[in-house]
Design a protein around this ligand. Sequence first.
Ligand code: AMP
Length: 170
Amino acid sequence: MDFKSFIRDVADFPKEGIVFKDITPLLKDPSVLNKAADTLSSFLEGKQVDKVIGVDSRGFIFAPMLASKLGAGFVPVRKKGKLPYHTKSASYDLEYGTDTLEIHVDAIKKGEKVLIHDDVLATGGTAAAVCELVQSLGGEIIQCNFLIHLAFLNGEDKLGDVPVRALMTY
Ligand code: AMP
């Protein structure tokens, strides 16, 4: 399936110079939505997954669907201050300043096999911070998967040996 034809480029959003990859045309088409979820979960064929992490906020769209398909639980990683219970946090650099992501301390048990999912891999700072959180809880990262990989930004270089898969590469 030509998933790219369901991605809308929005220039200068959320700020000048950024070409935002809008996934809402893909989400609103029932058969493309279903095919996208099936294809993302097929990247884990034959692999055991205990927890699927969705990254705040567009990672929350597919991560629970993937968890359901893979027989795994869903774990949210959220921006600072949004999770109610005790958390671990990891900070990462943005173009200007830093941002912080958090996970509940009891979200992952030592040795559990974890899939990390987000909509877009850009510079890799976000995904690297999520990897740090999972590893700090003793989880084993099986794969990071994305709808879209902006390969020209070399984000996978920040993810070490973690396997990276994506539905679409630009
Ligand atoms: P990064 O940390 O640079 O890899 O950025 C990844 C995060 O920023 C993801 O959670 C994406 O939702 C968002 N993001 C970065 N670049 C884009 C883009 N061009 N279009 C849509 N979302 C983006």
